[in-house]
Structure formats: structure tokens, C-alpha cells
Design a protein around this ligand. Sequence first.
Ligand SMILES: [Zn+2]
Length: 102
Amino acid sequence: MKLLKGDNVVMLGGKDRGKKAKILLVLPETGKVVVEGLNMIKRHTKARKQGQSGQILNKERAVSAASVAIICKACGKVTRVGYEINGDTKIRICKKCKSALQ
Ligand SMILES: [Zn+2]
């Protein structure tokens, strides 16, 4: 998985196409990510007790990691993740400006 929690991404498709937000959660087993405030679904909950009213909850639904692109904090561009080997560690770099992605 090239994306990490806290990365800033832009949506490439769907109704939130072009919107930018932060990754809240990465789900490596399904190859999906949850992006803050994007791809929201409304969930209606019924009143369980008398006198209580039903609620509408807004919740983010996970999107495929392929449908978002990372935004580099250094150059501010929509980019792709590259890797650089630095001794024993592999670091993620921006393919456009080559600076390390946090
Ligand atoms: Zn960059």
C-alpha cells in the first residue's frame, strides 16, 4: 500500500471528484482508504425507544486506493509515490520533485 494515514489526497472519480482531503484510515486487506469528509453516505437510524427520534448519520465510505492521488506537501502537486532506498530503509518520494513524502 502506497498510501498512509494522514496523506493528503485528491479524488479522481465519483461525485467528489477533484476534492482534496486527508486519509483517515487505510485498509490494506481490501486496498481501500477512508478519506475525511469524502464519499459520504447517509445512514438513517430508527428511533429505538419511544420519545426518541431517528437520526441521520453521515459516514465516510471507503474508496479504492486507485481512485485517489496523493498531493505532495513539498511541491503541492498531485503526484505519484516513488520509492528510494536509503540504507536499510525504503522511503516514499514524490515522483515530481523527488522530495520525501511524510
Ligand atoms: Zn513534490
